[in-house]
Design a protein around this ligand. Structure first.
Ligand code: BQF
Length: 278
């Protein structure tokens, strides 16, 4: 028997906690404010930005959306961020990714002041995570650790395999699981014999960006499988990197798409916003 990890439910619990913390801070006269910068009108990005605004509204965090045209110059975007860095009324700054190709994402990430970097992407926060210092944690990996803990899945001493090595998910995920005393392997597009590696995993985190790639023959019996992928199918429905129907018979825990990792990403962003105000 497998158990669905209900990310939506766990995220709702975390948002309740954040809501009361935000309320508490407001009584002390501290308003929390998140600034979201969206460049262009990518429909998926617009959905994500709306999810973030709705969550802010729910937990009692102010949000300001700065929409910039697709063709804005890198200098203008950097100037906007710099202005927000100095604005005492803004606690957190988030630049919605991906950015148009003419803008250097690394430069933009570095422009956000580390103390307002609620996405946890600035090299200072990445470095802090790497050496175990306190700092902003990237929302998706932090949300995944919460999912595992809430579900009673122990990480200590477990074989953890991550498929994908992005700066946003794979790499920080590895650092976080390591911090939880997991034994961590990162597999990626150049990995040989992927199946043999993923089949060793007690905890398998899939962030490869290939719809329905992971089938039952990639997983060990009784494993916990976390699906970070999000794809829109032709019929408009969402699916992940994991073939849910194929894998579910074999594993003990599995996250759905939608309603698994995604809502946790948003909930952790709310937590980071509260932390940013402290
Ligand atoms: C759900 C994201 C890829 C690239 C850039 C809830 C979200 C998604 C799904 C969401 C994501 C993915 C976000 C669900 C934010 C997660 O119910 O399953 C929420 O809004 N996300 C993002 O900001 O940028 C991305 C994925």
């Amino acid at each position: 028997m497998f158990q669905i990890i209900d990310g939506k439910k766990i995220a709702a619990q975390i948002k309740e906690e954040v809501k009361s913390e935000a309320e508490h801070l407001r009584k002390q006269g501290k308003e929390i404010c998140l600034a979201v910068i969206q460049v262009g009108e990518d429909p998926a990005s617009s959905v994500y930005v709306r999810n973030k605004q709705k969550a802010c509204e729910y937990v009692g965090i102010q949000s300001v959306l700065k929409k910039l045209p697709e063709n804005i110059s890198e200098e203008e975007l950097l100037a906007t961020i710099e202005e927000m860095n100095h604005d005492c009324g803004i606690n957190g700054i988030l630049v919605q990714l991906p950015l148009p190709r003419h803008i250097d994402e690394d430069k933009v990430i570095k422009a956000v002041h580390p103390d307002k970097d609620v996405d946890g992407f600035h090299p200072e926060n990445v470095g802090r995570l790497c050496i175990g210092e306190k700092g902003f944690l990237p929302c998706t990996p932090a949300g995944i650790v919460k999912l595992l803990k809430y579900s009673g899945i122990e990480i200590d001493g477990k074989e953890c395999v991550i498929v994908g090595r992005s700066n946003i998910v794979g790499k920080p995920m590895a650092l976080l699981l390591l911090r939880e005393n997991g034994t961590v392997t990162i597999a990626h597009s150049h990995t040989k014999g992927l199946k043999e590696i993923t089949k060793r995993a007690d905890i398998l985190i899939v962030a490869m960006g290939k719809p329905l790639f992971i089938t039952a023959d990639y997983v060990k019996e009784g494993a916990a499988v976390i699906d970070v992928g999000i794809h829109r199918k032709e019929d408009g429905h969402l699916c992940g990197d994991v073939d849910f129907a194929s894998v579910k018979e074999k594993v003990s825990y599995l996250t759905p798409v939608p309603g698994g990792v995604g809502p946790m990403t948003i909930a952790m962003l709310m937590q980071n916003c509260v932390a940013a105000s402290e």
